[in-house]
Ligand binder design. Structure first.
Ligand SMILES: N=c1c2ncn([C@@H]3O[C@H](COP(=O)(O)OP(=O)(O)OP(=O)(O)O)[C@@H](O)[C@H]3O)c2ncn1[C@@H]1O[C@H](COP(=O)(O)O)[C@@H](O)[C@H]1O
Length: 111
């Protein structure tokens, strides 16, 4: 048996979610959540965000990791539901690297 831990990137998770979305007739939590629509996916993301925040102020580091994994999975599902690609999110993050967050905040308060 191979006990090497499996690592999954957000890109890989996004590809898994897209495959599950298209897998008609197969049992899938992802598919059942997507079938409930964007509002349900958004609600689940909000719940997982709160659970992650609560874990972060607690003492259980494993819970922070586990809740963060739930949060990222539900974020990827919500992006799938909205038809937004991770590449677009990466590009948006990339466009922000030319200035600090503080400079960006200051530029907003001037407009
Ligand atoms: N990473 C995940 C993942 N993280 C969390 N979850 C599920 O998210 C659900 C939400 O947790 P909750 O405690 O809120 O569960 P719940 O009360 O049953 O949820 P609701 O009834 O409110 O929807 C749980 O059922 C978890 O199993 C995930 N389900 C799937 N994946 C990935 O998606 C792949 C495909 O999964 P299926 O679509 O189920 O085949 C899996 O192989 C994984 O790689």
């Amino acid at each position: 048996m191979n006990d090497t831990p499996v690592r999954v990137s957000l890109d890989e998770l996004s590809a898994i979610v897209a495959r599950r979305a298209a897998a008609e007739g197969e049992e899938s939590y992802t598919r059942s959540l997507l079938a409930k629509g964007v509002a349900k996916c958004a609600q689940k993301l909000g719940e997982e965000a709160i659970e992650t925040a609560l874990a972060a102020v607690g003492s259980d580091t494993k819970a922070v990791v586990s809740e963060t994994a739930d949060l990222l999975y539900h974020l990827v599902v919500l992006l799938q539901a909205r038809g937004v690609s991770l590449d677009d999110v990466y590009a948006e993050l990339g466009s922000r690297t030319h200035q600090s967050g503080l400079a960006e905040k200051a530029s907003r308060s001037r407009t």
